[in-house]
Design a protein around this ligand. Sequence first.
Ligand code: PEP
Ligand code: MN
Length: 468
Amino acid sequence: DASTSCTEDVAGPPAKKQRMDMDSPSSPARPWDPLTWKALPSCQNPFASVMPAAVASVERQLSALPPLVYPTEVQKLRGLLEEVHGGQRFLLQGGDCAERFLDCSASVIAVKLKILLQMSLVLSYAGRKPTVRIARIAGQYGKPRSSAMETVNGQQVPSFRGDNVNDMDPNNRTPDPERLVKAYFHSAATLNYLRALLTGGFADLHESKHWELEYVNSKERRLEYEALVENLLDGLSFLDVCGATGEASKTVDLFTSHEALVLPYEAAMTRRFNGQWFNTSAHLVWIGDRTRQLDHAHVEYCRGIENPVGIKVGPSAPPSEIVDLCKRLDPQNQPGKLVLITRLGAKNVQTHLPPLIKAAKEAGLNVIFQCDPMHGNTEKASSGHKTRRFDTVLEELLETFKTHKAHGSHLGGVHFEMTGEDVTECTGGPQEIDDTDLHIRYTTYCDPRLNYAQSLEMAFKLAACLKS
Ligand code: PEP
Ligand code: MN
């Protein structure tokens, strides 16, 4: 479904294949500021049809609002990612495909945090490696779309592009830039509650006994999890007695991320500190598989910021192009700066991953490899729902682990679309959800997510890979 060619919403002339030289529109030698992307074409420009004055008004409002994250936090994540690159830490990133404004509520936020904490507990404890946690949260409101139109209830309507842009209601699909201001305030409220939970003791490891398992039916898994928590608490209490646990066990780091898609928002949230530019709307942003064209707007925007940047790599991406992209985004080749997020599809890993690993090696790139086993495995269920099978997702993950190992590389992390709620969007897993169950609690605004039990199960499977 992903395509790197512009099929819609082209804001400028079609991109020509450019060489990496001074004349190239987004060459590293060219001056950069948060608005240089505006002169370049873009495959996803949701406000192309909107009066420029309306967009400018929103940009002014956003520019005056305070940062959501602080540059030192971004630098801290860069440091942790450098350790992911070095193999000392493992990266867990996850959350909704599309966050919804209506999910900005205490219980939904808490349960998203809880499942991430529980997964990272399993990974850190059972996998014996500290986990870096990045949530797709507090800003994941924009969606790239392959088609300008979609069919809803038999009617052709403009595609839903996320709460950032238009409404899920098929009768209200006109893009409205004022929604970006709403997105800012929903992000701020979400992030504030996350920070409160983290500093208020929700993430205290001593409380992990009270992070109750939900929706997990398998007795075996429950016992395994409880044994893990018992062991952990035992170890902790010993360290407490020795005075060896400080503040570190009382809270954890949690970083935020979203796709850098709606550039007027990203640019307005980009601020200068000590001579460097930071995107202050999230700690990490990524470039989607549909917007990674070397000389287009999204790459131009991302090359100027200090934040770590993810790059989605689908099966249509030629490895040489990805190498050029990495050089463009990080000419200094700094470990911890770039994350290549492969989302190839289970059946493509063996054919597509080795050439990418080889190209990255030959170019000497210091990139982190992360596996998104969701986006290459989307299919249509017999019920008509967009779905993904738990086993296929797991297969891509296992294949990716194996392939890195076989080629002298290593998988630094994983990237899931998941939620802490008991939704029925992906089939299989511990609850053996099948096509006929999908309608029961199918609440995603975009792609199907692993539910609570599927996410925890995935963490146990992953921990086994990390240990081996
Ligand atoms: C996503 O992560 O939701 C997404 C759209 O991914 P991709 O760009 O890899 O298709
Ligand atoms: Mn998605």
